[in-house]
Write a protein that binds this ligand. Structure first.
Ligand code: GDP
Length: 423
C-alpha cells in the first residue's frame, strides 16, 4: 500500500510527527520533493531532531529511507544529518536516487544575492538555493547524481555552467566569481562519500509496490506553497502535492491509495504572502507562545511563525488539490486556552462572500468571515482516547470536518508520538 503524507496549508502542519508515527509500520519512507529548505521536528526516544533532508523513517532501523529523484540534494547538509545520526548511535537504512539533482554552492549564493538585490521586494526566501536549483533543473543545466561518477564529463559541464553564472555574479550582483575547479573537487569528494547510498531507487520502489510493501511518501511544506496551485509567487519551487509524489519518487500515480493530509487546529505560516486569518499583536504572541515548539519558530529557518485562526476556506482547497482521502488534525491542545474559537468559513472580497480559495491578489483583498464556537477551556494533553475529549473540543473537530468535506481520522493533542487520538 502506498500512502502519501502531505500538508494542507503553508507547511509546518506537524507532518513530521505523523510520518514518524506511521514510519514504524512502513517498509519504505520516501522524500519526493523539496530540499533542506524546510524541516520536520521529530521527538522520539532518541531525543529531538530537526530533519531537513533525511526521510522521517530514519529512526526506524527496519525501514528503508529513500531520497527520491524529485529532491534538491544538498550533499553537505545530508552528510551533516547522517553524521548526527551516526554520532547518536542510530542505525538506519538510506538510499539516494541516482536521478536526484545536486544542489550546488551557486544556488545558495544566487538565492542570497537575489534577495539582497530585491531588497524591499524580496520573497522571504529561506536562502537554501531551492529556487535557483529548480530553475537550473528545468533549464537542463543541473547535475543529476549519476553525473558525479563520470568525472571528465562533470568537469566539462561545470566549466560551461560557471561561464554563465560568473557573468551574472560579476555584472548583475557585483560579487566574486566562482572557480569551477573548486566546485568540481568538492563534488568528487562528496560523490565518494555518498556512493554507497546511490542507486536506481525508482526501480526499487516499483518492485516494492509489486510485492505489496508499505510505502510512505513524505511531503514537505503544504498545498498553499505548491508552485502551481499555491499563493504564487509566495510559493516554493517544487510541487508539494501528492500528485507529484508519483513523479518525484518514480512510481505509477495510481499506486497511491491513501492521501493523508495534515492540518493544524489553527493556522501558521512562515515567509511572505497573503494570510487571510492572520492574528497580530498580543493575540498572535499568545497563540505563538501556547504553540511552544509548534508555534514559535520554523524548524529550518528559526524565523518566527505567523499565526492565525483556522482557515476552512484555505484548508478545504488544500485538501481538494491534494486529493485527500483522510485528514489528521494536529495541535488541538494548543487551543485549550481560548474562550472562543474562530473558524474562517468565508472570505469577504469587495462585499462578496467567497468560499473558493482565490488567486493571490484577491487573497490580499479578502477579509475573514468567522463562525465562532465556544472553547473547551481545559488542558487536553494526556487524554488518551478521542471519546474522552471535552464535548466542545469534539464540536470544534466536527465543525471543521463538515467545512473541509474530508474525514478527520486522527487528532493530535501533543508533540509526542503517542499523543494521537483515533476517531
Ligand atoms: P512539519 O514540517 O509539517 O513536519 O511541521 P514541523 O515539525 O516543522 O512543526 C510542527 C511542530 O508541531 C513541531 O514542533 C512538532 O513537535 C509540533 N507538534 C506536532 N503535533 C503537535 C501537537 O499535536 N501538539 C503540539 N503542541 N505540538 C505538536
Amino acid at each position: 500500500m502506498v500512502k502519501a503524507i502531505v500538508g494542507a496549508n503553508w507547511g509546518d502542519e506537524g507532518k513530521g510527527k505523523i510520518t514518524d508515527m506511521c514510519a514504524g509500520e512502513s517498509d519504505i519512507v520516501v522524500r519526493f520533493q523539496g530540499g533542506s529548505n524546510a524541516g520536520h521536528t521529530i521527538i522520539n526516544e532518541h531525543g529531538k531532531f530537526a530533519l531537513h533532508l533525511l526521510p522521517s523513517g530514519i529512526f526506524h532501523e527496519n525501514t528503508l529511507n529513500i531520497i527520491g529523484n524529485g529532491v534538491a540534494l544538498n550533499i553537505e547538509y545530508l552528510l551533516k544529518e547522517v553524521d548526527a545520526l551516526k554520532d547518536a548511535g542510530i542505525k538506519f537504512q538510506l538510499l539516494i536516487s541516482e536521478r536526484a539533482q545536486v544542489l550546488l554552492k551557486h544556488h545558495v549564493l544566487l538565492d542570497e544575492y537575489e534577495e539582497e538585490r530585491l531588497a524591499e521586494r524580496k520573497f522571504g526566501s529561506t536562502k537554501s538555493g531551492i529556487a535557483p536549483f529548480y530553475a537550473d533543473k528545468y533549464s537542463k543545466t543541473g547535475i543529476q547524481v549519476w553525473e558525479l561518477y563520470h568525472e571528465d564529463r562533470l568537469k566539462e559541464k561545470l566549466k560551461g555552467i560557471y561561464e554563465k553564472i560568473n557573468i551574472q555574479f560579476k555584472y548583475l550582483y557585483n560579487k566574486p566569481e566562482i572557480d569551477y575547479i573548486e566546485v568540481y573537487d568538492n563534488l568528487v569528494k562528496y560523490a565518494a562519500l555518498i556512493k554507497g547510498y546511490v542507486t536506481d531507487t525508482g526501480k526499487i520502489l516499483r518492485n516494492a509496490i509489486k510485492e505489496n510493501k508499505n510505502i510512505l511518501l513524505e511531503g514537505q511544506l503544504g498545498s498553499l506553497k505548491d508552485t502551481d496551485h499555491g499563493i504564487y509567487p509566495y510559493v516554493t519551487s517544487s510541487s508539494t502535492l501528492a500528485g507529484y509524489a508519483a513523479v518525484g519518487a518514480g512510481i505509477p500515480p495510481h499506486s497511491i491509495k491513501d492521501v493523508m493530509v495534515i492540518t493544524k487546529a489553527y493556522s501558521s505560516a512562515v515567509g511572505a504572502g497573503p494570510f487571510v486569518s492572520e492574528l497580530f499583536g498580543e493575540e498572535a504572541d499568545e497563540l505563538r507562545k501556547r504553540g511552544g515548539d509548534a508555534g514559535e519558530f520554523g524548524a529550518t529557518t528559526g524565523r518566527p511563525r505567523r499565526v492565525g485562526y483556522f482557515d476552512a476556506v484555505a484548508t478545504r482547497y488544500g485538501c481538494e488539490i491534494q486529493g485527500a482521502t483522510e485528514v489528521v488534525m494536529t495541535c488541538l491542545d494548543v487551543l485549550s486556552y481560548m474562550d472562543k474559537l474562530y473558524i474562517c468559513t468565508g472570505y469577504d472580497i469587495n462585499g462578496e462572500i467567497v468560499k473558493d480559495f482565490p488567486t493571490t491578489e484577491l487573497l490580499y483583498k479578502a477579509k475573514p468571515v468567522y463562525t465562532v464556537l465556544d472553547g473547551w477551556k481545559s488542558d487536553i494533553t494526556g487524554i488518551d482516547s478521542y471519546s474522552n475529549l471535552p464535548d466542545k473540543a469534539k464540536e470544534y473537530v466536527d465543525f471543521i470536518e463538515k467545512e473541509i468535506n474530508v474525514k478527520i481520522s486522527m487528532v493530535s493533542n501533543g508533540p509526542k508520538r503517542e499523543e494521537i487520538l483515533k476517531r
